[in-house]
Each structure stands twice: as C-alpha cells, then as structure tokens.
Design a protein around this ligand. Structure first.
Ligand SMILES: [Fe+2]
Ligand SMILES: [Fe+2]
Length: 262
C-alpha cells in the first residue's frame, strides 16, 4: 500500500541526518505534486523530531554573541544560525501536516505546507553549501532549541500553532532579514547575500499561508481573527513580539498592523 502524506511526513521527522531530511523532503514534495501520495491520515506524531549529534543544543543565553561584521567568522556564525532555523523549519512544516493534516480536508492545506517544507529544504541546502564553501559546516557551532519549544507548546491546537509558528516566528524573520542582507552586502559577500534574498522572498509566502489558514479557521469558528491571534500570542509566546516591525513585508504576507499593534 502506498504510504499517505502524514506517514511519510513522520518518516522525515524521524530522519536525524540533515542530508537525508532534505532528500526525503524533495522526493515527497515531488511525489505529492505528481498525485502519487494519498492525503494525510491520522497518525501518532513524535513530540520531537530526530536531530543530528551536532550541533550541540544549548540554552539561548549560552550561545556566543552573534557579531556579524565583515569577518568571515562572523558571517559563518550568522549563516550557521540561519541553517539551524531552516532545518527546524523543514520539520515544522512536516509536523504541521503530520499532526493537523487529517483534520483539514481541503487539499490546499496540504499543498501549502508541502510547498513550505520544500522551500525550507532548499533554504537549508543553500546555507549548508555556503558554509562548506566558507570552510565550515552545519554542526560546527552550538545552536539553540527555541523554535521547537514553541512547536511543543502548540502541538495540541492548530489555531495556536498557526498563530505562533508562521505568524510570529516566521514573521519575525521578515523583520530581521533585510538588515542581515544589508550587512552581508556591506561585507562584499555576494553569494550569501543572494541566498538571504531568496529566503526573504520565500518567507513572505510562508507567513501568508499561515495567516490565510488562521483567518479561515477563525471564520469557520466565528472568532475575531485579530483578537484571537493576540490572545494566543500572549498565552504561548509572550514577549516574542518585538519591534521594529517590517510593516510593508508583513502587509504583503496578509498580517496587517491591527494584529500586532492592536
Ligand atoms: Fe526558510
Ligand atoms: Fe519559512
């Protein structure tokens, strides 16, 4: 029997090696788009995905300060931190489908998160290759586990997951990436600049997918979307909303000011 989308998503969550995770993601996205995969069934989903032995995961306060100047070490530290976020993002997209896909019978939900997972795999692959060409590699530096902790806190509720992961954490990526692009550009690192520009463009669509599904669920449940979002953010990630906000990019992603400044 052909494995359904959630079963294959769980297999990707269980793959600890980043190269395997990327390869399996590419194959599943291609199979899904080709119509070769049955829709997601209800599945047991592990609370945490498998992770490689390195990087060592530490508390955020124990991470060395990320100074991104012109130095190669500073740029490597930034690219490493971003690669770690993207590896988590691959799992966050598959976790969304494995955990909540069976509840959302509209195929567009699966289409959206498969597409997000496929983007995140390309982001990770680009950053890992860039680290290699700078004489480093993913796993060389410590990293923190904050992203997955946010996933664990919202593993029981799709609305909370959408509010927190795409609409707070990925939206924060829209705020912080343009200054990073500027710093890479100033350092004369064209290859890294191009990768960050690609990621920035793709991430708008990820926030947009989150906002779209969040709004739709609110409509179906007769909830006020902005007020509901603010309540969930207060409950699950208080303090995560920090200005300055990139209002134009947030607007393009369907996240108007009334949500985060209301
Ligand atoms: Fe990404
Ligand atoms: Fe993303």
């Amino acid at each position: 029997m052909t494995a359904d989308l959630a079963t294959r998503a769980v297999a990707i969550l269980a793959a600890g090696d980043p190269a395997d995770k990327v390869a399996l993601t590419r194959r599943l996205a291609e199979d899904w788009r080709g119509g070769a995969v049955p829709p997601p069934m209800r599945r047991d989903v592990p609370l945490r995905p498998a992770r490689p032995v390195r990087p060592v995961l530490v508390h955020p306060r124990d991470l060395p300060k990320r100074k991104i100047g012109a130095s190669q070490a500073g740029r490597v530290a930034l690219l490493h931190a971003l690669a770690h976020i993207e590896l988590n993002a691959i799992d966050l997209a598959w976790d969304m489908l494995a955990r909540f896909g069976a509840d959302c019978t509209d195929q567009a939900f699966a289409d959206d998160w498969v597409s997000v997972a496929a983007d995140e795999a390309e982001h990770f692959a680009l950053l890992a290759a860039r680290l290699t060409s700078l004489g480093a590699g993913y796993g060389d530096l410590p990293a923190h586990d904050g992203l997955w902790q946010a996933a664990e806190r919202t593993s029981h509720d799709l609305l909370a997951r959408l509010a927190v992961v795409p609409m707070v954490l990925e939206a924060r990526g829209l705020d912080v990436t343009p200054p990073m692009i500027a710093r890479m550009e100033n350092a004369g690192d064209r290859d890294s600049t191009a990768i960050l520009c690609r990621i920035y463009a793709d991430e708008v669509s990820h926030v947009a997918a989150g906002a779209r599904w969040f709004r739709r669920l609110c409509r179906e449940r007769s909830l006020d979307d902005a007020a509901t979002w603010r309540g969930l953010v207060r409950r699950y990630c208080d303090g995560a909303l920090r200005p300055p906000f990139n209002a134009p990019a947030r607007e393009r992603a369907g996240l108007p000011r009334e949500f985060y400044l209301g």
